[in-house]
Write a protein that binds this ligand. Structure first.
Ligand code: ADP
Ligand code: MG
Length: 381
């Protein structure tokens, strides 16, 4: 067991890393963050911010020398970085697990090989793969294998011709072509798994997206928790996963299909900070340090609303003011609700679509939490 005040290393400096830093600090650990952005939200909160590239071996050596264990908040950390660090200290999750989750081809093959329900797909390496694709994949979605997020690197295609055209648009990068499912709704399960194989799943959340970005997340979800949690736990076990893992699902005609995995805490698990005995971030600390996992039960229903940079814009103004600034939203409108927990990430510049913060409304009554969350969202714009 790695005990406080040991220093933990975090690869990635976004808001997920920032919440990890806060959870680790509460327990008395120190955290060093590696991120190339001088203004990274986690870097600002960390004991030390190594402002360097993920492939900067001098920076990796510094992490290895000063930290007791390493984790990540970002699935696109190069596998070589994780492999290199793993020569010196525990790296959780492993490079192998992250490697599967960061590549859609590897991810879908993993689901297929482990008999986990998923939408029909093929790997696309060249135009001929699309010409030979089975008819059942149309209409479908062409997705680039690497670096897609928030709906980026995806094209909805109704025909082979459209798919070929979209592939060109992606510069013939490796892709997957996936069958388009009719969605009832989408859910996710966040879980933590420790080095002994014990798992604790949080209650699933039901996720609504706007323009490809998570908008509102409601927990508990309508879907039977156990069924989704069992599938997520099977995935974690097959990955030999240690840490916090998120699994996104489609619910289509009442059936569950795994969409994708994230080898890190997840936006839809923010609610665990305010509504659960242990947050997804504390679980990440616990799994990393070899502490027993905490109680994952929710004490309240929760509705989380993402706050994107768009609300920094004055809707009556076409752009920034003459100083190039956007107005700060009137947080007083949110902070008047006693059951609303506001989280701002301290990002320097608001941009449309950029995740700047979120709030979570908790209540014993799910309907009441939803009502307050929607009223609060309307109030802030
Ligand atoms: P991202 O990495 O951008 O989150 P996803 O694969 O999760 O990529 O796709 C983004 C969204 O697009 C999903 O949350 C879902 O709403 C929709 N989508 C993706 N794949 C499918 C599919 N096969 N059928 C129906 N909708 C899909
Ligand atoms: Mg997704």
């Amino acid at each position: 067991m790695i005990l406080p005040p040991a220093t933990l290393g975090m690869l990635g400096g976004g808001q997920l890393g920032r919440f990890f830093v806060l959870a680790a600090h509460e327990l008395g650990y120190k955290v060093w963050v590696l991120d190339p952005d001088t203004n990274s939200p986690a870097g600002k909160a960390a004991d030390r911010h190594l402002c360097a590239a993920y492939e900067d071996f001098a920076a990796l050596d510094q992490l290895a020398q000063n930290c007791a264990a390493i984790t990540t908040e970002f699935e696109n950390v190069p596998a070589d970085t994780l492999d290199y660090l793993a020569k010196f200290l525990p790296v959780r999750p492993s490079a192998d697990a992250v490697g599967i989750c960061q590549n859609r081809v590897a991810e879908k093959m993993f689901l297929r090989n482990n008999d986990i329900p998923h939408a029909a797909f093929i790997a696309v390496n060249k135009a001929d793969d699309l010409r030979n694709a089975p008819d059942e994949l149309f209409p479908g979605i062409l997705k680039v294998a690497r670096f897609g997020y928030d709906g980026k690197g995806q094209a909805r295609v109704t025909s082979r011709e459209e798919a070929l055209h979209a592939l060109q648009g992606f510069h013939n990068e490796p892709c997957v072509l996936e069958q388009m499912l009719t969605l009832d709704y989408e859910i996710s399960v966040v879980l933590a798994r420790d080095e002994h194989g014990n798992t604790k799943s949080f209650a699933p959340s039901e996720n609504a997206h706007a323009k490809g970005i998570l908008d509102v997340s409601i927990s508990p979800s309508r879907f039977t928790a156990e069924t989704a949690q069992q599938l997520a736990e099977r995935i974690a076990e097959q990955l030999g996963y240690i840490g916090t893992l998120a699994v996104e699902f489609f619910v289509s005609r009442g059936e569950l299909y795994v969409n994708e995995m994230a080898p890190r805490p997840h936006n839809s698990g923010h609610y665990t900070v305010d509504a659960c005995a242990t947050s997804q971030y504390e679980q990440q600390v616990r799994a990393l340090t070899g502490l027993p996992l905490g109680d994952a039960r929710a004490h309240s229903a929760a509705v989380m609303v993402n706050l994107l940079g768009d609300i920094w814009y004055d809707p009556t103004q076409p752009g920034p003011d003459s100083h190039g600034h956007y107005r700060e939203p009137d947080w007083g409108k949110l902070l008047t609700y006693p059951n609303l927990k506001l989280h701002l990430y301290g990002k320097h510049h608001a941009r449309p679509g950029r995740k700047m913060g979120h709030f979570t409304v908790i209540d014993a009554d799910p309907a009441k939490a939803h009502e307050v969350a929607m009223a609060a969202r309307a109030a802030i714009g």
